[in-house]
Design a binder for this molecule. Structure first.
Ligand code: HEC
Ligand code: HEC
Length: 351
């Protein structure tokens, strides 16, 4: 009797020591870094608290071709880091079976400050965004059921889900939230422009002149620090006859929204050619010719363009110099976001 009691007690103490040495692992929180002078983000982090483990899971998903039907096309195939996460040099991107997308892939950056996604704002939560490319026939062409089955078959994922969420349950919601965690930390705020604003660098003369012109002629729609006002506007691009894209009207059904598209951010603009919602402008020069001469004035064209956007050759030269200062070479090389870079988000370093 007594012997059994001592044995039982020893076992209990041993168990206590073991559990004290191995407490259930909690994910490590990441504090979302807000660059100096920027507004509060719009993303609701309470519903998806950022953790190093959630970020690591999101990163694996972002670069995993198994999210597509032929196991070849990952998010990162169309959203390439060296091009600020747009598709380099392509008006439209290639998806499953070499089919094309119907719009130019936008850069992925500063997504925490956006509440609507896609050029027409058709997606109203970042966590839901991945479902669109995953299920689109011309993008990843896969079903959520198949993806979950593929992920479940991979032991590495079981570990990552366990680490991020405390158990290995794999579902669509968790996939969306983990991808959001990875994308939300893609903050671009380290350009020359930012350094000038922080007083640690200075503009050259052409950049300075360009900045002045920009504030007069562009900042009403492309205001700092995000370089977009997140509104839908018609910048006078005539409708493409094949794509027949109505823009915002596709979502609202209001003719007043016909041909209006989300004002894109101009951060990293030197890296994200071609331009326009369908990538019709191969270079900035083409876009400037559009702004000053070719703009089609219709019923929904933005009232600010009633006289198009007059620009002299000199002004265009200075504007280009200024726009180049929006390139963030730290962002496009940041190993946290690169396919082969380190997997863990190193807390809230940087920015
Ligand atoms: C075949 C190419 C392709 C693939 C694969 C792809 N995307 Fe995209 N992505 C696009 C295009 C094109 C758009 C713009 C669509 C539009 O505006 O209608 C876009 C838009 C987005 C946006 C909205 C950005 C904004 O500023 O509005 C996000 C976020 C995004 N993609 C994330 C992802 C994620 C996450 C994945 C993987 C699950 C993914 N994409 C896979 C081409 C792709
Ligand atoms: C009245 C609002 C407005 C003004 C003013 C304006 N833009 Fe835009 N800009 C837009 C809209 C809307 C688009 C998207 C057009 C589309 O794709 O249909 C756009 C697109 C762009 C693009 C293409 C971005 C991309 O990623 O495809 C660049 C570059 C650009 N604008 C630069 C400028 C510059 C430089 C000026 C000043 C000379 C300027 N804009 C003035 C509304 C404006």
């Amino acid at each position: 009797m007594r012997k059994a009691g001592i044995l039982g007690l020893t076992a209990m103490v041993l168990l206590m020591i073991i559990s004290w040495m191995n407490p259930p692992k909690k994910p490590h929180p990441i504090k979302f870094p807000i660059p100096k002078g920027w507004p509060q983000p719009l993303y609701d982090f309470k519903s998806n608290p950022l953790t190093e483990e959630g970020f690591a899971l999101g990163k694996k998903l972002f670069y995993d071709g198994r999210l597509s039907k032929d196991n070849q096309i990952s998010c990162g195939t169309c959203h390439q880091q060296f091009a600020a996460f747009t598709t380099f040099d392509h008006p439209l991107s290639h998806g499953f079976n070499n089919q094309q997308t119907t719009r130019n892939a936008p850069s992925l950056q500063n997504l925490a400050w956006q509440s609507n996604f896609m050029a027409d704002g058709g997606i109203t939560h970042l966590d839901l965004q991945p479902l669109a490319p995953i299920t689109a026939e011309n993008e990843m062409a896969e079903t959520l059921e198949n993806i979950i089955a593929k992920i479940k078959a991979d032991k590495e994922y079981a570990k990552l889900f366990q680490a991020a969420y405390g158990n290995a349950n794999i579902n669509t919601q968790r996939i969306g939230k983990a991808l959001s965690q990875f994308m939300l930390l893609m903050i671009s705020s380290n350009s020359k422009y930012d350094k000038v604003m922080l007083g640690i660098d200075s503009f050259s003369l052409p950049e300075k002149l360009g900045y002045g012109i920009f504030q007069n002629k562009c900042a009403s729609c492309h205001p700092a620090p995000l370089f977009t006002d997140n509104q839908y506007r018609n910048a006078g691009l005539p409708q493409d006859e094949v794509l027949k894209d109505l823009g915002r009207m596709r979502i609202t059904n209001q003719s007043a929204d016909s041909l209006k598209f989300k004002v894109p951010s101009l951060r990293n603009i030197a890296l994200t050619a071609p331009y326009g919602h369908d990538g019709r402008f191969f270079a900035l020069s083409n876009l400037f010719e559009h702004y000053r001469k070719q703009m089609v004035l219709g019923p929904t064209t933005d009232p600010q363009f009633s006289n198009r956007l007059p620009l002299s050759n000199f002004e265009i030269g200075q504007l280009k110099a200024f726009l180049n200062t929006l390139t963030d070479s730290v962002f496009i090389k940041d190993p946290r976001f690169s396919e082969l870079g380190i997997t863990n988000a190193p807390g809230n370093h940087g920015h």
